[in-house]
Design a protein around this ligand. Structure first.
Ligand SMILES: *[C@@H]1O[C@H](CO)[C@@H](O)[C@H](O)[C@H]1NC(C)=O
Ligand SMILES: *[C@@H]1O[C@H](CO)[C@@H](O)[C@H](O)[C@H]1NC(C)=O
Ligand SMILES: *[C@@H]1O[C@H](CO)[C@@H](O)[C@H](O)[C@H]1NC(C)=O
Length: 478
């Protein structure tokens, strides 16, 4: 009896706490403008400036000299999609309402309201009208600058390879069929060759299996990328109190009596991170809508999405990046076996998902436990963190070295200019033989034929058909 009563009690307590009170413990005080150490990690819309490795001597390997350079680059910071630009335009109106809330002593909370300097930031903010739908997806000036300086830093590290005059035997560039990857290539070439950049050539690659194979992989588009099931963990995360509280607190912080639409809060987040990646030294007032904890929760939501659509979370993602791995390994193999017609430098300009699929095929930045809606706290130090691995201008570089001492051929990996902690290698430096063993299966089984295989849905349909025709055959025997 007592047991039953206490069970009932527990049940009742559970029911009452299941209702989120969005204003409970609302809200932490936070003043963005006065924060000397603001949170800058914004998922795949993070500025490269805040992420790349600034240490300058990790490329030096004693008794070895670099002989080939291979790189896979995401384009630089860009303007948003048309839909996002349209959504951002509505923030002009929202901004006026925020100011009205504050001027009329609206319902902002006692603690956690905007500080005067953040409010002042909102007052001064205006949507830049030159960012219209016809610049959607284009590279920004910051994106070009990041590419120029990235090229120059690598040139300083590897003058033997990257300071030689341009010739199409020594350099091979490829970009996907988009303006932002072409502009990224042009800026990179400008960084390397300066006034001679006009001489450099590149191949636009349409539906190329290396740089953009996934875009033409029907099975992946159907079963992973456009499959709502891939967003299952993200949707579950959005149902959690942590996430709902972000939406409620942001609404309250901006002085609204009601909870704003989640889509609108996400648009504010986009405005904050885009503005920060276009003008790294400026402050976007939209970032002031969020506390650091809010930004970490939104960052995790994005990591969850990519973990399942182009990360370790789906089996098919393990197969798709193999063509890029194969391209790299084939080229190194030819150089190792003495083919001196191989280009010294190969650079691909591509997209977030392609880079993630490559990481998965290589097996880097893999967590022991999968990311799920429930384990954000355990995953605080996760390796799958798109802010760090996939900011704008993200790049994976592999350099082949020839050594006079010890193992003759070695490969060094860098992700965003930091040595990659490749399993079994020493601070990013792998023996060629070991690497070949590790990647042998990936390369041998690299066959994208599954891309055109029938869907899972169709195979469910074929079972009843088989059954019916089986029965037909069975009865026809009599
Ligand atoms: C508005 O955007 C354009 C295009 O990116 C840029 O050149 C200009 O500096 C921006 N103006 C302001 C005030 O940020
Ligand atoms: C939020 O706004 C979007 C677009 O304006 C709309 O499609 C959606 O239904 C809204 N969601 C809620 C929960 O009101
Ligand atoms: C790309 O992969 C598809 C599917 O495996 C194949 O049919 C096609 O020939 C490949 N294209 C190139 C250029 O290798």
């Amino acid at each position: 009896m007592i047991l039953q009563l206490s069970c009932l009690l527990i049940l009742l307590i559970n029911i009452s706490t299941a209702q989120v009170n969005p204003y409970a413990d609302c809200c932490d005080s936070y003043c963005y403008r006065e924060d000397e150490n603001p949170y800058l990690f914004m998922g795949t819309k993070t500025a490269y400036e805040f992420v790349y490795g600034k240490s300058s001597n990790q490329h030096i390997v004693p008794y070895c000299r670099p002989i080939q350079f291979w790189s896979f680059n995401r384009h630089g910071t860009r303007f948003p999609s048309r839909e996002t630009i349209r959504a951002m335009e509505t923030l002009q109106k929202l901004k006026e309402n925020i100011i009205k809330n504050y001027d009329s002593r609206g319902s902002y909370p006692d603690t956690g309201k905007l500080c005067d300097r953040d409010l002042e930031g909102f007052r001064r903010w205006q949507w830049n009208l030159s960012i219209s739908e016809n610049v959607a997806h284009d590279l920004t000036q910051q994106g070009k600058d990041d590419m120029i300086f990235l090229a120059r830093r690598y040139q300083t590290r590897y003058p033997e390879l990257l300071r030689i005059p341009y010739s199409n035997q020594n350099f091979e560039f490829q970009y996907t069929d988009t303006d932002r990857t072409r502009s990224s290539y042009e800026a990179f070439a400008q960084g390397l060759f300066g006034q001679d950049a006009y001489r450099s050539q590149a191949q636009p690659m349409m539906n190329n299996n290396i740089t953009r194979g996934y875009k033409s992989c029907n099975a992946w588009l159907r079963d992973v990328k456009n499959n709502p099931e891939s967003l299952f963990e993200l949707q579950r995360f959005k149902e959690r109190d942590d996430y709902k509280r972000v939406i409620a607190h942001v609404s309250r912080r901006l002085g609204f009596r009601f909870t704003l639409n989640e889509t609108l809060v996400r648009t504010m987040y986009d405005m904050c991170r885009y503005e920060k990646s276009w003008f790294v030294n400026r402050i976007s007032p939209w970032c002031a809508a969020f506390t650091k904890e809010h930004l970490k929760i939104l960052e995790y939501a994005e990591d969850l999405k990519y973990y399942y659509t182009s990360g370790y979370g789906h089996e098919m993602n393990h197969k798709l990046g193999c063509s890029a791995v194969k391209d790299m390994m084939d080229r190194f193999e030819r150089t190792v076996s003495g083919n001196y017609h191989e280009p010294r430098v190969v650079v691909h300009f591509t997209h977030t998902e392609a880079l993630q699929l490559l990481m998965v095929a290589l097996g880097i930045n893999k967590d022991n436990q999968p990311l799920t809606a429930d384990n954000m706290r355990v995953q605080q130090r996760r390796l799958w963190r798109t802010s760090i691995t996939n900011p704008f201008s993200a790049n994976l570089v592999a350099v082949l070295y020839q050594c006079n001492d010890g193992e003759k051929d070695r490969v060094m990996f860098f992700l965003n200019e930091k040595p990659v902690d490749y399993p079994g290698c020493a601070v990013g430096l792998c023996n060629w033989k070991y690497l070949k063993e590790q990647l042998y299966e990936t390369i041998q089984n690299c066959d994208l034929e599954f891309c055109d295989a029938g869907s899972a849905v169709r195979s469910y349909l074929t079972y009843p058909l088989l059954l019916i025709s089986g029965l037909f055959v069975y009865f026809n025997r009599f």
